[in-house]
Design a binder for this molecule. Sequence first.
Ligand code: ATP
Ligand code: ATP
Ligand code: MG
Ligand code: MG
Lengths: 256, 256
Amino acid sequence: MRKIIAIANQKGGVGKTTTAVNLSSCISVAEINTLLVDMDPQANATSGLGIDPRKLEKTIYESLMENLDINEIIHTTEIPFLKLIPSNIRLVGAEVELVNIESREKMLRSALSSLKDEFEYIIIDCPPSLGLLTLNSLTAADSVMIPIQCEYYALEGLSHLLNTIRLVQKHLNPNLKVEGILLTMYDRRLNLSKQVSDEVKSYFQSRVFDTCIHRNVRLGEAPSHGKPIVLFDAVSIGCENYMSLAKEILNNGKET
Amino acid sequence: MRKIIAIANQKGGVGKTTTAVNLSSCISVAEINTLLVDMDPQANATSGLGIDPRKLEKTIYESLMENLDINEIIHTTEIPFLKLIPSNIRLVGAEVELVNIESREKMLRSALSSLKDEFEYIIIDCPPSLGLLTLNSLTAADSVMIPIQCEYYALEGLSHLLNTIRLVQKHLNPNLKVEGILLTMYDRRLNLSKQVSDEVKSYFQSRVFDTCIHRNVRLGEAPSHGKPIVLFDAVSIGCENYMSLAKEILNNGKET
Ligand SMILES: Nc1ncnc2c1ncn2[C@@H]1O[C@H](COP(=O)(O)OP(=O)(O)OP(=O)(O)O)[C@@H](O)[C@H]1O
Ligand SMILES: Nc1ncnc2c1ncn2[C@@H]1O[C@H](COP(=O)(O)OP(=O)(O)OP(=O)(O)O)[C@@H](O)[C@H]1O
Ligand SMILES: [Mg+2]
Ligand SMILES: [Mg+2]
């Protein structure tokens, strides 16, 4: 099963990077070749795996904008079956530099096309916007996973994100599917979490993952050690949740 | 004391909108004429004050891009001394449409220039990016307030934000000052909050506000009722924190 999944939501701080880093690492510990692509100039996914973005000369920016061979930017990580394509702040320039390029939304798709045989899963972390970096990710992807924080503002932007997905499906990537809606930072002590989660489930029904990611401080601490949760604290709730999400994804893969 | 303060940080979900909505409303209940400007296409500040962005025909977009008189887009709110310049999703277009305009970073500054006599404080909510909407806000502002969530990833992007502020000071707005660093979502039960807060205080010293905003579910619930915290739950910790921040800002104003 070969699949490229983009993790996208223009709302900030909803758990895109935490999901990209931990889902890719939980899949890879099952000895499945996995690639994490950091398409955010903030480079949080890069540093979440212990790599310092400021020290990098070859990132996704050089591959997209300077035609550098993509194999030259693939980094190993502490997990044997997990590789990373890092980013750094130079990627900010791409949002503007791509504007006047002919096939500006398709750059990432062509860059990744040579890698589809090497990796079973490619996970793409998107920035908090619906600009050209996210459009490139949605155009390259087979499906999109939408993390939603269990907070009120998180519901507000959904219709715009779904519109953007429809436009990408219509003009750029007709095969793009919605992998699912992932509830994140669920706090069982708060009514707010339950209200938002009930609302999301009644609207999206079966497209919501069974797995819900609970608020768990270990998920917030792991990045400061440059480790995914499966290496930082394998017995935490956070790790349990992301392992269960990985299983759901792997099982979804079997159906199609 | 007339002051325009931009609330900016490209990291998503750190409390920019929550701070913009609640600081502006806490200042205005002291019967000080205050204007909140929503420069985020997500329009969370607009809906946080109970206005539906989808129903609006006149927003900051029409003023910036279609030269509509700014007085035509000023909305009243439930608080007499608080007015709002709303936004909605059309503002997404401005990020790209502004690219080829001569004085593209200065559009908001000229739009707001006629209002400086009418309002003592103008607070601008920025989107989670350092694109043209945030650059316009930093160019229009007298000072910038930087909310920092007490989480590890929040520290990562600071150097890039400070570089951008320096560039704006050098080329676009020499008078731009840093109003201060605001610690948000502090959870006294977590070591992580304390670690991040200690690190920020040791790096930024006196530029960190004495007021720290604690994690308080009432701040997360208030937007679903379209009310700022001072109307939703005036006795909550969240309201106490933002009232104390408003006092600090008003006192800072006296010094200069
Ligand atoms: N389930 C969780 N429990 C506790 N903390 C979490 C959880 N998920 C994410 N966090 C923390 O919340 C913050 C926001 O998460 P993250 O950075 O993954 O969101 P994002 O959507 O990628 O943000 P951005 O929009 O800036 O890219 C981070 O500091 C992260 O460590
Ligand atoms: N002190 C707090 N306590 C509890 N919840 C909070 C607090 N501050 C903000 N929140 C909630 O956290 C989420 C993120 O906050 P907010 O939307 O204000 O951040 P933002 O920086 O404006 O995000 P964006 O980058 O998307 O613009 C919101 O759902 C908000 O209600
Ligand atoms: Mg992220
Ligand atoms: Mg906001």
